[in-house]
Design a protein around this ligand. Structure first.
Ligand code: BDP
Length: 335
């Protein structure tokens, strides 16, 4: 009896220790004198996805430049949760970094909506000039009061609609279809403007939603449409390129404030230096994904005249508060 009681106490202690180990920042003492700082980064995409490989490049540069003192462990495949829940955990320091789409982040810091409006950027290049210029820096600063630190940006590609019901070549073809959107008010408004029924849900639930008919469609870039196998259950893909929703790496202010300024700067620089690598992999994967879904039976409709699409989505601009309207104007002026 006594032994059993001791054993169960030991098991509880062990479980508590492993829970403590699993949350937040931790420090391990290596063979030498220097302490290794181990930080965790949450990623929704699988390990072989270009954005995850970009995270890994970032982690590799941090490790190398800190002489092995700072280790960022990348947890792919939503192991640490879906994006909205992960962002909350970053806010209170239980997760140190995450790479997310700015769409759910804008629910926490609404001025980010300025970066995800439909047909906002003239091109991929225009978007990158905005992200890496003064506007990107100001937006990073706007994260701090909410407990986040802006670390870096990654290429998101252009997003397109897809569904399981019919080919879509004009906005009215979407009428009445239940379309999954990211957990973002702006995206709900955008899809409603098209006459479709917007259904916000986490990324990880979209496949079963399509399969069971809870939703008829969704929207995403070529690599996401392919890597999630959504193309197998929603074969009509319409290249309307309605949004480019930047990917961002954010850090937890609580976690980062425990590091020296020099280490914080080293981390930020490493993320910026990882961008070209992710962009290169992204461009390759976009082509490979397009080829794969086409070979898999997707029926692709390319929209030549985006005018009617742009007009149908214009209403979301009018709903934006002055701070966003002001940024939109400035974004338009970036050459
Ligand atoms: C992908 C983004 C990912 C989002 C997902 C979504 O890379 O961060 O979670 O879209 O639609 O393109 O939720």
């Amino acid at each position: 009896m006594k032994v059993r009681k001791l054993l169960s106490v030991a098991m509880v202690l062990l479980a508590m220790a492993s829970m403590a180990y699993a949350t937040g920042q931790k420090e391990a003492v290596p063979a030498g004198d220097a302490k290794v700082i181990v930080l965790r980064l949450a990623e929704t995409h699988p390990a072989d996805y270009p954005t995850t490989l970009g995270d890994m490049k970032f982690a590799e540069l941090v490790k190398e430049r800190s002489g092995g003192r700072i280790v960022i462990e990348v947890y792919p495949g939503s192991q640490l949760g879906q994006e909205k829940a992960v962002i909350e955990q970053v806010q209170f320091g239980a997760i140190d970094f995450t790479r997310v789409s700015i769409s759910p982040l804008a629910a926490f810091v609404p001025v980010f909506n300025a970066l995800q409006l439909p047909y906002l950027y003239r091109s991929e290049d225009h978007m990158w000039k905005v992200l890496l210029g003064p506007i990107g820096k100001e937006l990073f600063a706007s994260l701090e009061p909410s407990g986040f630190v802006g670390i870096g940006w990654f290429e998101p590609g252009a997003r397109n609609f897809y569904n399981s019901k019919r080919p879509v070549s004009k906005p009215s073809d979407l009428a009445g279809l239940k379309i999954r959107v990211q957990e973002s008010e702006l995206m709900v408004g955008m899809v409603q403007g098209l006459g479709a029924v917007a259904t916000p849900m986490p990324y990880g639930e979209v496949y079963s939603g399509l399969q069971t008919g809870v939703i008829d469609g969704a929207e995403n870039n070529w690599p996401s449409y392919e890597s999630t196998s959504h193309f197998e259950v929603a074969k009509y893909y319409t290249v309307d390129e309605h949004t480019r929703v930047p990917e961002i790496i954010i850090g937890s202010k609580i976690s980062l404030s425990k590091l020296s300024q020099a280490d914080q700067d080293l981390i930020k620089q490493a993320a910026i230096d990882a961008i070209p690598y992710q962009r290169k992999l992204w461009a390759e994967r976009e082509k490979a994904s397009e080829a794969k879904v086409k070979a898999g039976g997707s029926i692709v409709t390319v929209i030549a005249d985006k005018g009617p699409w742009q007009a149908a989505m214009q209403a979301v601009y009018d709903k934006q508060p002055p701070a966003v309207q002001y940024l939109v104007k400035r974004i338009g002026e970036v050459q």
